[in-house]
Design a protein around this ligand. Structure first.
Ligand code: NDP
Ligand code: 8X3
Length: 252
């Protein structure tokens, strides 16, 4: 029985990955802050697929609590085969002189430091087990920068660099490291970016067909299901209607 640990499993890409890996018979460790949503998803997946699930309510920014909940897992649950570093968010879309520094802290603390805290612990387990695959969810925003995307883009560029660095550091242990970099995916992402303004969030995807969370989960499954000697370093996945971070084909 294989184990996947997914951060940010209550919504969007993380939730779709939880479904797909459950369907494939994996046991799951699901991490997020919203306890009720996480329990609901875990119950649904357990009922549907008969798999075992551990839910960990934690904010990836809080290294103390995070370490405590991860280390409290039973030893056999620390044999993690796949870590999906997915928890992340954008806050605001403002020019550099107008950005809210609290938003900057939230993005840096979640997308960069949170990803690092989780990786430090789980990669330690993988090194002991001499196996594992780390999937880092980056973004087109980690390959390009767009106006007003400043800090969010910087965090995803950091994920891009960390993805490369991890692969080097974990090479001696046979641990695979892959970056999955999506373009526009319609999830709660824009609602969170615009702090609950659903109308503003909807406009982001107006007139084009964005990716679905399921499309990204499918790509992750492809990457994870390659033979042992094959590692996919990096994947950039865009909607057909999006050619770059800023160039989209909207139907009027
Ligand atoms: P969603 O907002 O739908 O999901 C984000 C998930 O992250 C939620 O489950 C949320 O759970 C969790 N999360 C956020 N902050 C924390 C935290 N501090 N601690 C623990 N969990 C947290 O967005 P997506 O599914 O779209 O985003 C997933 C990843 O994909 C992010 O890293 C995002 O940057 C990236 N991405 C998204 C794109 C898009 O267009 N949607 C494109 C490219 C990359 P909870 O609130 O319960 O804690
Ligand atoms: C999310 C994609 O470019 O819309 O990472 O910010 S973007």
């Amino acid at each position: 029985m294989k184990i996947a640990l997914i951060t940010g499993a209550t919504s969007g890409i993380g939730k779709s990955c939880a479904h797909l890996f459950a369907q494939q018979g994996y046991q799951l460790v699901l991490v997020a802050r919203r306890a009720e949503k996480l329990d609901e998803i875990a119950k649904h997946l357990t009922d549907k697929y008969g798999i075992a699930i551990q839910t960990l309510i934690a904010d990836v920014r809080d290294n103390t609590v995070l370490t405590q909940v991860l280390e409290s897992l039973p030893e056999d649950w620390k044999q993690v085969d796949v870590l999906i570093n997915n928890a992340g968010l954008s806050q605001g879309l403002d020019p550099i002189d107008k950005g809210d520094t609290n938003d900057w802290d939230t993005m840096i603390d979640t997308n960069v430091k949170g990803l690092l805290y989780v990786t430090k612990i789980v990669s330690g387990w993988m090194i002991k087990a001499k196996k594992g695959h780390i999937i880092n969810i980056g973004s087109i925003a980690g390959k390009e920068v767009y106006p007003n995307g400043n800090v969010y883009c910087a965090t995803k560029h950091a994920v891009d660099a960390l993805n490369k660095g991890m692969r080097m550091d974990l090479l001696p242990y046979g641990i695979k490291v892959t970056a999955i970099n999506p373009g526009m995916v319609e999830t709660e992402f824009s609602v969170v970016r615009f702090k609950g303004d659903e109308d503003k969030a909807k406009k982001v995807y107006e007139g084009l067909e964005p990716l679905l969370a399921q499309d990204i989960a499918d790509a992750i499954w492809f990457v994870v299901s390659r033979p042992a000697h094959v590692n996919i370093n990096d994947m950039l996945i865009m909607p057909t209607a999006q050619a770059s971070a800023t160039l989209v084909n909207r139907k009027q």
